[in-house]
Design a protein around this ligand. Structure first.
Ligand SMILES: [Zn+2]
Length: 475
């Protein structure tokens, strides 16, 4: 990105170039920058450009960045170091006094690329330009914005005094100021003010608060943005891009970004809160697959809220993670609201990091195998099998069951303990480790189950077929 920065400061970037650069950035984010891989872009680029607080990732808007950097040239024309290039630009394209040269750009059909960039940035730059009073000689009392505030001339409460002052040739801050002997500002003065305008004078004085000249000998200056600020491309970019936008749920974004955890998990939470992860429902909406069906419980559509919160299988996991009974589990119906709640309170006595760490530990290596074994034993028990030989290709699990030496992950331990309790109820049970290659038959069966025709399933599925051993909430 650093190579185009210099060009960005002096030339107006062609739209086609900006589009190409944006395409490269998008590809890098969603496809890992790999040449011939095409992956779905989950969240629109416009959303990504929003601030973190509004659900975006603060990705730079290249066109606005170009304008914000170009506006630095405008600032230099009126307030920065008066270089030879500023002088040349002023002479050729702008007219009048240095401090006021931006008020009257000389209209030209063609100009240098620098001029084109300046002209494009001017409408965004100018509304935030204001005056910082020195002696007030150059500042028009009625028309100029002073100290970051709007011009006071439009104010309806001072129309009569304004008319009187203009007729008396009182037009600048200087004209209505009086000075101490040492040259510092003393007070406002309006000689011969008719008595009927005294009320309006009060109103005028309140409008002039904070706009007093500093001293008789200092010059007026230009400021930008905040009261006495000078222009910076960073500040300019912020102002140029701030569109009034109401974030649907700012607290959720705070939860996701304020306490960073593992980046890929934060990223996942973020895509989930946008309801953009590729669930069956989203694939269906994109016209890629259908109908959508939760592959875990097969009893509902695979929406994000179902997959992460409401699925009976997931509720079981939540209960384990939060160390609660499943009956006591009160989980939000909506994932964004859940994140929002967690932003303001630490639910169940867990902070975000601890909570995510706990969930993360729930997915260690071998977790799937261990859960499958547990379900398998439960089913064997239901089928009144009394003696059983178990073959598995996960060495750690088989060894743990044979030697009763437990692995380090507390969740694996919890499930293995459950398996051992269950195993004790069989008359005869043995565990054998086999190599993955020899487990081909089981693998084939699993694949066959996964390949079953989704279309035969019904949405509210009482008579649906389940690919997985049915999950019953257990103790
Ligand atoms: Zn489900």
């Amino acid at each position: 990105m650093s190579i185009p920065i210099y060009q960005n400061t002096i030339l107006l970037a062609p739209v086609s170039i900006l589009k190409k650069m944006e395409a490269l950035l998008k590809k890098f984010l969603w496809e890992g920058g790999k040449g011939n891989v095409h992956r779905i872009h989950l969240i629109s680029w416009n959303k990504l450009k929003m601030p973190y607080k509004e659900g975006g990732m603060q990705v730079r808007d290249l066109a606005n960045q170009n304008l914000a950097m170009g506006a630095k040239t405008l600032w230099n024309l009126i307030a920065g170091k008066d270089s030879w290039s500023s002088k040349a630009l002023r002479r050729k394209y702008f007219q009048g006094d240095r401090l006021r040269c931006l008020d009257n750009p000389i209209p030209r059909k063609n100009g240098s690329p620098i001029y084109k960039l300046c002209l494009k940035a001017l409408p965004l730059f100018q509304p935030n330009l204001h005056w910082i009073p020195g002696n007030g000689k150059k500042i028009n009392l009625w028309k100029d914005a002073v100290m970051g505030e709007q011009p006071i001339g439009q104010n309806t409460g001072i129309q009569n005094i304004k008319e009187w002052a203009q007729n008396s040739n009182l037009n600048s801050l200087w004209d209505i100021s009086s000075w101490e002997e040492d040259g510092s500002w003393k007070d406002w003065h309006m000689d011969n003010l008719p008595i009927q305008l005294y009320d309006e004078k009060k109103c005028l004085l309140s409008l002039l608060q904070g706009k007093t000249p500093s001293s008789k000998s200092s010059h007026d200056k230009r400021g930008w943005g905040q009261r006495s600020g000078s222009y910076s491309a960073k500040e300019g970019y912020k102002v140029f891009t701030s569109a009034p936008h109401v974030a649907p749920n700012p607290a959720a974004w705070t939860f996701i970004w304020h306490y960073p955890f593992v980046p890929k998990i934060d990223f996942f939470c973020w895509t989930a809160a946008h309801k953009s992860i590729l669930t069956g429902e989203n694939l269906k909406n994109r016209g890629m697959e259908g109908p959508s069906r939760c592959p875990l419980c097969c009893s509902d559509e695979e929406t994000i809220d179902h997959l992460l919160l409401n699925c009976p299988y997931l509720k079981e996991i939540w209960a384990e993670v939060l160390l609660l009974n499943i009956e006591d589990l009160a989980i939000h119906q909506n994932i964004t609201e859940l994140f929002a709640t967690w932003a303001t309170s630490s639910p169940f006595g867990l902070h975000k990091k601890d909570l995510l760490k706990t969930i993360w530990m729930w997915a260690p290596n071998n977790m799937a195998e261990t859960l499958a074994l547990w379900q398998g034993l439960k089913q064997a028990q239901e089928m009144n099998v009394h003696s059983l030989a178990v073959f598995g290709d996960s060495k750690i699990i088989i060894q743990a069951l044979r030697t009763k030496k437990l692995p380090s992950n507390i969740f694996l331990i919890a499930i293995i303990k459950k398996i051992l309790l269950l195993a004790a109820k069989f008359t005869a049970i043995s565990f054998f480790h086999i190599l993955r290659g020899l487990n081909a038959q089981a693998d084939k069966e699993a694949n066959k189950a996964a390949m079953m025709d989704m279309n035969t399933l019904k949405v509210n599925g009482r008579d649906s077929i389940c690919f997985f051993p049915h999950w019953t909430p257990s103790s």
